[in-house]
Design a protein around this ligand. Structure first.
Ligand code: AMP
Ligand code: MG
Length: 409
């Protein structure tokens, strides 16, 4: 019995081990996913400081000035950024102050030096008075102490790294990235650089899947190759299972006389959750788990089938294992009819574009599961449940943007 796409998706998600977390240093945080909220250990800014290079003064001392008669104040303090001087500003005077330097007690306003007679003299003339309280950054005005600044589940970018660093945080808990092993099976496969015999082909799936895996934020830890031989297949599967949390295989999972992956997984104690899904392409797709919670995705060898299965099942699983939530499927209007299948859920590479605030899509055209060129130029996968007739142009259909591609306009 074929498993439905919905059941296959659900079974994969329900079978995954709970994500683990680890402490990650600031320098390694880019792209990681926060496992806990972060609250501010102190207010930001931590002390009231000047927003400009200029002069700090009390507005009350300058009330007599106008644009015709500059305010004149003696300069009593010089406060560079980083200065620890807690000196109070003597009444009736001004302090030379640099951007980021603490405001002296008693002062309330900063005039930028461009509107004054300038630095370095014993008194300053203020030519244009700012508003009272201008150019001052007040303690806690950006973030209050104890306020939540970052939330669990956020993917860390340079912006979040800057915030953490500004609070002196050295490391934060992040969800562990599952390790992935790739296993490529097939007698006919030749590596690039090798010589093709009459019936051999170059292995493209290992390279394709490795790149696709990286698009989900994970670099496979190991890539293994095996011929269509039970002992050889078992050996690489055992190595993959011992090495990684997730094993992704390509080829040898169909019903051919030389397809040994499923039998060898069973020998290694992997419990089959499903094999064969009611979908096109990718029917011979297999998913299983070890008692210890390792996941095995066995993808068919045809490149389009392998990529569709990887993007539709493995990527969501890898995201969940990293603590990320899945983006919802997009809804787009068909630019051209979509060839739904009568019996099976249909996935096809497509082109998704935005026009006037609406999404439109169409398939890339010629598509057979063995043709790696089918995906070239695609930026999405379009999908439809089984239907007796094609989905007509103008209808809405579900699709998902490929993580390495961007929306066309
Ligand atoms: P299989 O799933 O092993 O029956 O393979 C199905 C088709 O995919 C066959 O035409 C294989 O030659 C092809 N194929 C299998 N593995 C790869 C691979 N790593 N790279 C490119 N094509 C492959
Ligand atoms: Mg094969």
């Amino acid at each position: 019995m074929l498993t439905s796409v919905d059941d296959a998706r659900r079974i994969v998600m329900e079978s995954l081990p709970l994500p683990l977390f680890e402490e990650c240093l600031l320098g390694d945080l880019q792209g990681r996913v926060l496992a806990a909220d972060v609250t501010a250990p102190f207010p930001m800014p931590r002390f009231t400081n000047s927003a400009m290079d200029g002069f700090a003064f009390r507005m009350a001392d300058a009330a007599v000035g106008s644009s015709y008669t500059p305010v004149r104040l003696p300069v009593s303090l010089r406060i560079p950024a980083g200065s620890n001087s807690a000196a109070a500003l003597p009444p009736g005077s001004a302090a030379e102050i640099m951007t980021g330097a603490p405001m002296p007690d008693g002062s309330d306003t900063v005039v930028p030096f461009e509107n004054t007679s300038g630095f370095g003299a014993s008194e300053v003339e203020i030519y244009r008075l700012p508003k009272a309280g201008a150019n001052v950054r007040h303690r806690g005005e950006e973030v209050a102490m104890g306020q939540r600044v970052l939330e669990a589940g956020w993917r860390i970018s340079p912006a979040e790294i800057a915030v953490l660093a500004s609070f002196g945080v050295e490391s934060v808990p992040v969800w562990c990235r599952p390790s992935v092993a790739l296993v490529v099976v097939g007698d006919e496969l030749q590596r690039q650089g090798g010589t093709l015999t009459e019936a051999s082909i170059y292995d493209s799936n290992s390279h394709m899947l490795r790149a696709a895996c990286r698009s989900a934020g994970i670099d496979p830890v190991i890539v293994l190759y095996a011929e269509d031989d039970p002992a050889a297949v078992r050996k690489v599967l055992a190595t993959a299972l011992a090495t990684a949390d997730v094993t992704v295989t390509s080829g040898g999972i169909s019903t051919g006389a030389y397809d040994f992956v499923q039998a060898e997984l069973a020998q290694l104690g992997i419990e089959k959750k499903f094999w064969t899904v009611s979908q096109k392409p990718g029917k011979p797709f297999y998913f299983g788990c070890s008692p210890g919670g390792k996941a095995v995705f066995a993808l068919p060898g045809n490149p389009v089938s392998a990529l569709v299965c990887f993007m539709e099942y493995c990527v969501p699983a890898l995201m969940k294992m990293q603590g990320l939530t899945l983006p919802a499927k997009l809804q787009a209007t068909l630019d051209a009819p979509f060839p739904a299948d009568r019996k099976r859920y249909r996935f096809l590479p497509g082109v998704l574009r935005e026009e006037g605030g609406r999404l439109f899509c169409r398939t890339t055209g010629l598509m057979e599961s063995h043709m790696a060129t089918s995906f070239v130029g695609a930026n999405c996968i379009i999908e439809s449940p089984p239907l007796d007739t094609p989905v007509p142009e103008g209808e809405t259909i579900a699709c998902s943007l490929l993580p390495w591609a961007s929306l066309r306009s």
